[in-house]
Write a protein that binds this ligand. Structure first.
Ligand code: CU
Length: 121
């Protein structure tokens, strides 16, 4: 085998190898795109103002984070099954990551007429 022939053969081998790498890369990219979760996790705020939760009913997905932000001058809580903020100071906030699907009613234990609902899908 002379030099030229050998060089051509090496060239062909490299080309095949490059093609294979490109194919493998594309396949991996497609697989990665398909395995992406359907929705990115998000953070949603429930504002507490004038002794009301706003929005009073909030729907989120499992994995989302809910932040209760107390805009009043008195402390409040968000308390219900699976939700227990404790006292949220005036101007303070409390964050909670939704882990279980369901409908969770909650109140403020200091002002039980304050009612809210978190729906987790
Ligand atoms: Cu309250």
């Amino acid at each position: 085998m002379n030099h030229n022939k050998l060089n051509r053969q090496i060239g062909r081998t490299l080309m095949c190898f490059s093609a294979f790498l490109l194919f493998a890369f594309c396949t991996a990219s497609v697989a990665q795109a398909q395995s992406k979760p359907k929705a990115a996790k998000k953070t949603v705020v429930v504002n507490i103002k004038n002794y009301e939760f706003s929005p009073a009913t909030l729907t989120v997905n499992v994995g989302d984070t809910v932040v209760w932000r107390n805009g009043d001058v008195t402390p409040h809580t968000a308390t219900g099954k699976g939700i227990n903020s404790g006292s949220i100071a005036a101007g303070g906030s409390w964050s909670f990551t939704a882990k279980k699907k369901g409908s969770f009613a909650y109140i403020c234990t200091f002002h039980p007429t304050m009612k809210g609902k978190l729906i987790v899908k």
